[in-house]
Design a protein. Sequence first.
Length: 184
Amino acid sequence: MAVFLVGFALYFFWDGAIGYPAADRRYHEWKHFHDAGNLEQWQAVALQNGWKSDEWEKWLADPHQQGRIPADYRGHGKYIEQFVCGTIALALGLVTLAYWFTQKDRVVRTDEEAVYSPAGTRIPFSAITGLGKKKWESKGFATVLYQIDGRKGRFLLDDYKFDRDATHHILAEIEEKLLARSSA
């Protein structure tokens, strides 16, 4: 998603800086020939510059344009609009990329005596105070509640974010330890 947003931002910036101004230059050149009634000369100029010679005739033929010939094709306001959209897309892309970097190395794991939260906190099985499985069946979310040194905490087991089989195994292990502790 981050790559998509940053790529889209670059496309917006390119349009605002290069694409739209170039289209406006072509339009103004064509409009000059059109207003002078010399569209035959336009054909030669368009071919000489590698432009489509029928681009503006097709544009005027569009039902939305209704044959009107405006002063500008895009205009300065559209350039600014592209830069604003590009800035928004770039900001969202960078936020998404930053979030991905903060999440990419997070894992949930266990050892003989404890479970490690996604933040890396070691939580002894004896410190686990509860397990919320309300959304486990529908969404694969389980909340592990714990208390260490009088400080309460929680973390989320998410079988989509973490390895599905390992997450199910960890949940079963936590349930087994809680059950063994409650029956003792």
